[in-house]
Structures are given as structure tokens and as C-alpha cells.
Design a binder for this molecule. Structure first.
Ligand SMILES: *Cc1c(COP(=O)(O)O)cnc(C)c1O
Length: 400
């Protein structure tokens, strides 16, 4: 535990150990760096790596991760979903380039221009707004321009210009807009995480053909062309282009069950731990938790864990999930409450109040991954990680 510390500014008067007794996510930044290096080693040498740390780093903590990755030369920069997430990184001393992957509303452009934060651009009115903001700043004597990445829609139907004549016209207009520098162009795969990669390869070919048109018809060589997410870094490394966008796998999670699990070594970087706050013996026939959905079928020893759906621990684990106590499985009894739930420790004779409880991670020979927890709760692994909320303190190993 000593290896894990609260991020700077989050320290409490109680000390880390006490603060983390109720529940705590322990994140190993060394594992995250190693996952990224393993992903880098799977793609052609010299490919830039963009670390996708949107949604507070998928719940793992964007600032501590970025501060650590500032020291890694092979990391080109970071991707966030919103301007505010990018500003938070800058407020915490993060200096590398940041790309905002979604649409950015114009109010944020001034600060983005000042701080080298790149928007994803795909609407004509964005070009006008950017030109206005740059000209406004230049009128104040500032020598600025805005670096942008053009988003191309090759099959997500989410954001981006179409890879056709309209798209070519848009890129021409962007290129001719005063104050804009087209640094990058990207698309996103809808189906790179499937066993059958036919669709992903077709998408990649469509995108490549469009890039060739941009080059041939506009005479434009956009420096950073990118399309790969974690799934394609692992299973389609030939699609890497100038840069790859590493997301879910940097945290040690898998894009899907169908993604190859043997090509790149990816290790879980988070443990979610709590401690038993109460143990009691219940006679046969005693209901447990709201609604009495579980009733003891014999004399049972039941432990209370001070975590609940108010922390983002899924209520759908009621009567389904399990935790690990002293290296043994303890199944959840009855409904998960907002702040507490009960587990069966009848057969874990060593269990005592104050003992460590592993909700995610490994204890002895037993392990619970975020994927398993997702399966048991009927949720997506990405979603489950993002939902672990602010009430859970995060502590880090390898913090800088
Ligand atoms: C979230 C996201 C990624 C990262 O995807 P993973 O599956 O987590 O690797 C990459 N690119 C875009 C545009 C995204 O929105």
C-alpha cells in the first residue's frame, strides 16, 4: 500500500491509509506505461502514439496519467473528449499536444488557440469561428494560428466530413482559411474490435483512397494521418499510418472479447479495494438487504462491505457478483444498496472485520477483472470503468 499515494493536492488530513479504508482504486502507472510500450512495439517503428485519456482517463485519472506520460518521449500527446478536459490537463502542467476528439463549441477556441489544444473540425461554421478568433487575437498583436485535425466519417455516422467530393471541398476551404493550420486528419473505426475484420479493412481502404485524393487533388500533405484505436493497434497494425490513438488497452482492458489476447501483452492497472466493516451470523430463513431477495438457506456468516451503486458499483450485481476476501470468492447476497452490500463469508472462516476486500483485481490465486464484472452486471467494460465515480479515491503507484 505504501507504494500507492494520493495525487498532489488531493492529500487529506487523515493520511492516505485511513482515507482509503472504505474504498479505494489503486492504479499502477508503471503498468500503464508498459501497456503503452507494448502497444507501440506492435506498430511500425516511428509511429506516433496519442494516449486517449477522455472521461478522466476512462475513470483511471487523466491528470496523474498525463503527468507521468509527459516523461515518455514516444507519447506524442493526449486526446480528450471535451475542451474542459483539455484545460484541466493544461492547468496541471501538461504541455504536450492535446486533441479534442468531439465537437468543440466556439466559446473554447480562444483558450485552445493560446494553449495549443487542437479541435476536431468538420463543420463550415467552425472554420469561420476559428478565423474570427485568430484574427481577433492577431489584432491584439499576438502571433497565433490554430492547429486542427479534420474528422472524416468513414462509417460511424457520428462526426466528420464525408470521404467524397464534399469532403474534398471542405478540406480545401479549411486549408484556405486564414489562421488555420491543418496538422492532422483522422477517422474512427466502427468495427475494428470484431473477429472478422472485413469491415474495418474496407473502412481503412476507403479512408486511404480519400487521403490519396486530398494529396493528389489539393496538393496537400497533411502531416499526421491517423485512424487506429486500441483494437486496430492490436489486430491491424498495418493500419497505423502516422499516429495511433491508444485508449482502453493502455488501462489494461480489452476492446472486446474478440480482439486477439495474445498479440500484445496488456495487464490490468487498477485494483478496487475495500474493507469489511461488519460480520454477523444469521440464522436460516433471514432475509438480506432491500426486498429480501435473498434469504439464508442455513446458518450463514455475512459480511457488510461499505461500497454501493453510489460509488458506481453496479446495482445489477445484486445476487450475481462476487468479491475476493483472503484469496477466496465471496458472493454478493441480496441487493447492492447505494452505499453498502452484503457478501457470504460462511466458508471463509478466517474473515474478520477490517479485512481487505478486493472488488476488482487479484488476491492470491483469485482475480476479478473489469471485463468479468462487466459481464456479471450486464455492462460494457469501458462503461463500468467510467462509472466508478468521484467518491472513490484514486491512489497511484509511479506518480510524478
Ligand atoms: C475513444 C476513442 C478512441 C480510443 O478508443 P479505444 O477503443 O479505447 O482504444 C480513439 N479514437 C476516437 C475518435 C475515440 O473516440
Amino acid at each position: 500500500m505504501q507504494d500507492y499515494v494520493l495525487p498532489h493536492g488531493n492529500e487529506t488530513e487523515y493520511g492516505c491509509e485511513s482515507h482509503c479504508m472504505r474504498v479505494c482504486a489503486r492504479i499502477d502507472l508503471d503498468v500503464i506505461v508498459q501497456n503503452l510500450k507494448n502497444m507501440r512495439d506492435n506498430v511500425p517503428e516511428g509511429t506516433k502514439v496519442l494516449a486517449v485519456i477522455k472521461t478522466d482517463g476512462y475513470g483511471f485519472g487523466a491528470v496523474p496519467i498525463a503527468r507521468r506520460l509527459e516523461q515518455e518521449d514516444f507519447i506524442w500527446g493526449y486526446a480528450t473528449a471535451t475542451a474542459e478536459e483539455a484545460f484541466e490537463l493544461r492547468d496541471n502542467g501538461v504541455k504536450k499536444p492535446i486533441l479534442v476528439l468531439g465537437y468543440t463549441f466556439p466559446y473554447a477556441y480562444d483558450r485552445m488557440i493560446e494553449e495549443g489544444i487542437r479541435p476536431a473540425v468538420f463543420r463550415y461554421d467552425m472554420l469561420d469561428e476559428i478565423r474570427n478568433r485568430v484574427e481577433h487575437l492577431r489584432a491584439q498583436g499576438r502571433d497565433v494560428s490554430m492547429k486542427i485535425h479534420i474528422a472524416v466519417d468513414t462509417g460511424m455516422s457520428r462526426i466528420g466530413v464525408t470521404p467524397d467530393d464534399d469532403g474534398i471541398r471542405f478540406i480545401k476551404a479549411a486549408n484556405e482559411t486564414n489562421g488555420i493550420e491543418i496538422e492532422g486528419i483522422f477517422t474512427h473505426f466502427a468495427r475494428a474490435d470484431e473477429a472478422d475484420l472485413t469491415n474495418a479493412h474496407e473502412t481503412k481502404d476507403l479512408y486511404k483512397a480519400f487521403l490519396a485524393r486530398v494529396h493528389d487533388e489539393l496538393g496537400l500533405n497533411i502531416p499526421i494521418k491517423h485512424c487506429a484505436n486500441s483494437a486496430s493497434i492490436i489486430d491491424m497494425p498495418e493500419s497505423s499510418m502516422d499516429m495511433v490513438r491508444a485508449g482502453v488497452s493502455l488501462y489494461g482492458m480489452w476492446p472486446s472479447e474478440e480482439t486477439s489476447h495474445n498479440k500484445v501483452i496488456i495487464k490490468p492497472s487498477m485494483e478496487l479495494v475495500s474493507h469489511i466493516v461488519y460480520i454477523k451470523d444469521l440464522p436460516k430463513g433471514t432475509p438480506v438487504s432491500y426486498g429480501g431477495t435473498f434469504v439464508t438457506d442455513r446458518t450463514m456468516r455475512v459480511a457488510t462491505i461499505p461500497v454501493g451503486y453510489g460509488d458506481g458499483y453496479p446495482r445489477s450485481l445484486s445476487n450475481k457478483g462476487f468479491v475476493i476476501i483472503n484469496g477466496q470468492k465471496a458472493r454478493i447476497l441480496g441487493r447492492v444498496c447505494m452505499d453498502q452490500f452484503m457478501v457470504d463469508v460462511t466458508d471463509i472462516v478466517t474473515a474478520r472485520e477490517g479485512d481487505k476486500v478486493t472488488l476488482i483485481g487479484r488476491d492470491g490465486d483469485m482475480e476479478i477483472t473489469i471485463e468479468e464484472l462487466g459481464d456479471m452486471s450486464g455492462r460494457f467494460n469501458y462503461e463500468l470503468a467510467c462509472d466508478l465515480n468521484k467518491r472513490i479515491p484514486r491512489v497511484y503507484k509511479g506518480l510524478v
